[in-house]
Design a protein around this ligand. Structure first.
Ligand code: 5AD
Ligand code: SF4
Length: 489
């Protein structure tokens, strides 16, 4: 498992909206020449979700998706600010888009360029100062105003900038019906973060923790399931901190009171017809409550896979990072989760070279990894983010030392991931078919542990079929269809 360094491949975002999602404006739109929309998405799955929703918002204005900048009437860069490299890429992409915009202009075609997401939120007006050909800058909390901003950008001479955190809830202003996204869908249930880890920009770019009400989430999940989604991944920067308003039943408060926690929500979601698989990401160790741990053993639809970032195995560094827990808490959580669900695969995020991290601290991280055993992980060199507390902490670790630590850590994590994948070979597991495979005659799918699978044979996207896993590759597994084997026998 590697975190993608570039834009998330196309396909996830930019799906045209279902007819039901169109607003009254769609009648006017259908009479206009079709317009093309290119969305490039960097960063986390929440950005992928936001991109999908922006495409849904713009579809009634006549925007259909494209992959090619030359034919795009509008380009949205949905950006990530989490590490330095991610934000730099935005500016190099903007440089190329300036040329495309000029070439299109010479041919009499206008292009609206929008920068969305966390770079937009963090850098705001600086973006238009550095790249005056940008027409719209919008933060993650304002994209529901996109259609209005597009209209203003077509009229205005300067750029339209909207990066405040408006009091209104953007979710209330998004189209209710969701377009079909295929068998795997994302659903944002929580946004923002109050944890203020020393190194992280999220509390500044995404704002304070906010939990969507349960009724809105259940309605969206039902719409997704009706549109063909079989697996729903609940998203939030701090998803297991979710504490949403309980649906009003008319029978007074439920036993839990007026607020549900995540375990209760998962139980309700599992009962929706068509929902075969549930996941949630990303979680904080401090918010793994007893009920949620128990839910892993009790809800069959909850997949045996949990992304639970620990960042470091050293108590000293965890304190400097303001993580609010010690390494021991993580070890105990891993044990309890595995006691509840013995086949649970854990994955994590790690940062090496946080200010003040010594060789002994790094060893403590290596020991934690050895002790837990991860099925996959994302690991990063610490990168100073302007305005975060760690950026001014003493004890900066030299770049060469960070490189060496990252290599050592990644070698161990790779070994563990390969070992996990190899341990699956020979087993028969349920695979969710996601579509055709890369080669003719192949289908692709994913296991309960999120491993991509390829098998010869046919199957409809959305089917959950037993497959016999035959070989492990660095980032995927080969399989045969179990029922074809038994038919041949
Ligand atoms: N430097 C390096 N990695 C970071 N992450 C967040 N901020 C930074 C930073 N300043 C990593 C953390 C987080 C993941 C999404 O990105 O590991 O869990
Ligand atoms: Fe960032 Fe920490 Fe919040 Fe995660 S928990 S989003 S790392 S501040």
């Amino acid at each position: 498992m590697t975190r993608s360094a570039g834009p998330v491949p196309a396909g996830a975002p930019a799906a045209p909206a279902a007819p039901g999602a169109a607003s009254a404006d769609s009648h006017a739109a259908s009479a206009r020449a079709p317009r093309r929309l290119l969305i490039r998405t960097w960063g986390c799955q929440m950005n992928v979700y936001d991109s999908t929703r922006m495409a849904e918002l713009l579809a009634p204005l006549g925007y259909a998706p494209t992959e090619r900048a030359e034919e795009a009437d509008m380009v949205i860069l949905n950006t990530c600010h989490i590490r330095e490299k991610a934000s730099e890429k935005v500016f190099s992409d903007l440089g190329r888009l300036r040329d495309t915009k000029k070439e299109r202009q010479a041919g009499g075609k206008e292009t609206i360029i929008a920068v969305a997401g966390c770079v937009a939120q963090a850098e705001g007006a600086e973006i238009t100062a550095r790249a005056p050909w940008v027409d719209i800058v919008l933060g993650p909390q304002t994209y529901h105003r996109l259609p209005e901003m597009v209209a203003r950008a077509s009229r205005a001479a300067g750029a339209v900038i909207e990066t405040d955190f408006p009091a209104e809830d953007k979710f209330d202003h998004l189209p209710e019906a969701r377009a079909s996204q295929g068998p795997v869908a994302f659903l944002t249930i929580q946004e923002g973060c109050d944890k203020f880890c020393s190194f992280c920009v999220v509390p500044y770019t995404r704002g304070a923790e906010f939990s969507r009400p349960a009724a809105a989430i259940l309605a969206e999940a039902r719409a997704l399931a009706a549109g063909g989604a079989r697996e729903i991944a609940l998203l939030g920067q701090n998803v297991n901190a979710w504490a949403g308003e309980a649906p009003r039943t008319g029978q007074g408060a439920s036993p839990e009171g007026n607020t549900w926690r995540l375990a209760r929500l998962l139980r309700e979601l599992a009962d929706i017809p068509g929902v075969a698989r549930l996941r949630y990401t990303t979680s904080h160790p401090r918010d793994m409550d007893d009920d949620l741990i128990a839910a892993h053993g009790e809800i069959p639809a909850l997949m045996p896979y949990l992304h639970l970032p620990v960042q470091s195995g050293s108590d000293r560094v965890l304190a400097a990072m303001n993580r609010g827990h010690k390494a021991d808490l993580y070890l105990r959580l891993a044990d309890r989760l595995r006691a509840a669900r013995p086949d649970l695969a854990l994955t994590s995020d790690f940062i090496v070279g946080h200010p003040g991290e010594t060789a002994a601290d790094f060893d403590a991280t290596m020991r934690l990894v050895e002790r837990v055993g991860f099925a996959g992980a994302y690991s990063f060199k610490y990168s100073a983010r302007p305005g975060t507390p760690a950026a001014s902490q003493p004890g900066v670790v030299p770049e060469a030392e960070k490189d060496a630590r990252l290599q050592t850590l990644q070698a161990l994590l790779r070994e563990q991931q390969d070992g996990f994948n190899r341990s699956c070979v020979g087993r028969t597991v349920e695979v969710l078919v996601t579509g055709p495979g890369r080669h003719p005659g192949q289908i692709a799918g994913r296991t309960p542990w999120l491993q991509p699978v390829h098998a010869l044979g046919s199957g409809r996207p959305g089917d959950v079929v037993p497959m016999h896993l035959t070989a492990a590759h660095p980032n995927s597994l080969s399989a045969t269809l179990a029922h074809e084997e038994s038919a041949a026998a």
